[in-house]
Write a protein that binds this ligand. Structure first.
Ligand SMILES: [Zn+2]
Length: 444
């Protein structure tokens, strides 16, 4: 057997029931063609010694915001995908709340043109619903989903908070078999609460203006729409105990619903918001310790389907503007995997929620596990090696982290996309990788 690349001395995670296989991986044309202990029959022009590192499937980040076009001072596709690679993410699904937002097929084509020579990892786009783009939703192709922002914040130009429009647009998606991804918060209640609390510069006031009720009203509405219409929905960044209870009941009653949780809700709470100030301003806002515990329980009992980064970078200058002026969001794709590994969450759960399930939910072929015929999207790491988070060493353009100074384990040492080494110990090989990432194929 003659192949392109032989990876030796690897501890390969091969899935249920959590098995790690000590051996070699053979790669040909970017695909895994051999998983074996005996490489004596394999001839390869290139050999990579993994030196006993753990190898897991590259993460598929279904919720990321790389800010192209229009806000590239916060992040661009090269810095965003570089940060992804450094965090072990080999496929990203980028959100459409850019400037202008991706609400038309023309803008989708333009966005693809803009990023095609700037992607380090593989990628796909979510399309945006707006109040008047039904004809576009009817005809758009090659997207991961149609995203609905039921509530707005500083970087969402396309809020859809009208039940009639949601009804019509979900119905189109039902007809087309497409999935709706939803930011579920209630716009009218947020508007009221913001008015009520805006005289306070206290950070707690922001969290009160986006309390748990704004989440619950919107989630209940999405669930009832999906129950009536029968369309598939994916709830982004689920954040509260009651929200997960609603989703659990909805699943049980047969509604085609999935959900994700994100690092800032898993690793930070309201108490951290006081310390972080505007840097802890996110949307949905940080929640209580009880809510945080419910998210971890949801991971254990299977209600939670995915963990996504919700990488929403802003510059320090923008974040310093104070409670109401600062935009909501924080960077997070580089720290997600180390945070999860350091949390003690089982490898089985990590791989399922960051790789296998995302591939299944969004119909991404040949990715999501280490198996014959799958893309050689691989992350190499030592789960015991310690690393301290330093914002100015991160690949993200905004160069700060809410987890600054934290000692974490399991930072990726090497990341491969379709068999090509694109990230190595803190460095992106720009000549090798800048144009390497490609747009993935979707079912619609
Ligand atoms: Zn998001």
């Amino acid at each position: 057997m003659e192949i392109d690349l032989l990876i030796k001395n690897a501890r390969i995670y091969i899935g249920d029931p959590g098995d790690v296989y000590e051996g070699c991986l053979g790669i040909e044309n970017g695909k895994i063609v051999a998983i074996t202990k005996d490489s004596s029959m394999i001839r390869s022009s290139d050999v990579f010694d993994a030196k006993g590192l753990l190898v897991i499937p590259g993460l598929i980040d279904v919720d990321t915001h790389f800010r192209v076009p229009g806000m590239t001072h916060k992040e661009d596709f090269f810095t965003g995908t570089s940060a992804a690679a450094a965090g072990g993410i080999t496929t990203v699904l980028d959100m459409p709340n850019t400037n202008p937002p991706t609400t038309t097929r023309k803008r989708l084509r333009e966005k693809r043109k803009l990023v095609e020579k700037n992607a380090v990892v593989d990628y796909g786009f979510h399309f945006a619903a707006s109040v008047d783009n039904q004809s576009e939703i009817e005809t758009v192709n090659d997207v991961a989903s149609v995203k609905f922002f039921m509530a707005g914040h500083e970087t969402t130009p396309t809020t859809v908070d009208d039940e009639g429009i949601l009804f019509e647009e979900f119905s189109i998606l039902k007809k087309r078999g497409m999935i709706a991804t939803v930011h579920a918060e209630n716009q009218r209640l947020i508007k009221y609460l913001k008015e009520k609390y805006k005289h306070s510069e206290d950070f707690e006031a922001y969290n009160e203006s986006r309390n748990n009720l704004v989440v619950h009203l919107a989630t209940a509405e999405v669930i009832e729409l999906a129950r009536y219409i029968g369309n598939r929905v994916h709830i982004c960044h689920s954040s509260t105990k009651e929200e997960l209870e609603m989703i659990r009941a909805a699943k049980k009653s047969g509604i085609d619903i999935t959900c994700e949780v994100v690092p800032y809700h898993l690793f930070l709470t309201k108490d951290d918001a006081t310390k972080l100030g505007p840097y802890g301003k996110v949307s949905p806002a940080l929640k209580s310790g009880d809510d945080q515990k419910a998210l971890w329980d949801g991971i254990e009992n299977g209600v939670v389907d995915c963990i996504a980064s919700e990488h929403t970078p802003h510059t320090k200058e923008e974040k310093e503007k104070g409670v109401w002026e600062a935009p909501a969001g924080m960077p997070g794709n580089e720290t997600m995997l180390p945070l999860l590994i350091s949390s003690g969450l089982s490898l089985n759960k990590i791989v399922k929620l960051t790789s296998e399930n995302p591939a299944r939910i969004f119909g991404i072929r040949d990715k999501g596990k280490i198996a014959l015929g799958y893309d050689a999207d691989l992350v190499f790491l030592d789960p015991k090696e310690e690393w301290v988070v330093k914002g100015d060493e991160l690949q993200t353009k905004c160069r700060w982290s809410a987890f600054e100074g934290m000692k974490l384990k399991g930072k990726p040492q090497f990341t491969m996309v379709r068999g090509r080494l694109i990230y190595e110990n803190g460095e992106i090989d720009e000549t090798e990788s800048r144009c390497y990432g490609r747009y993935i194929e979707f079912n619609y």
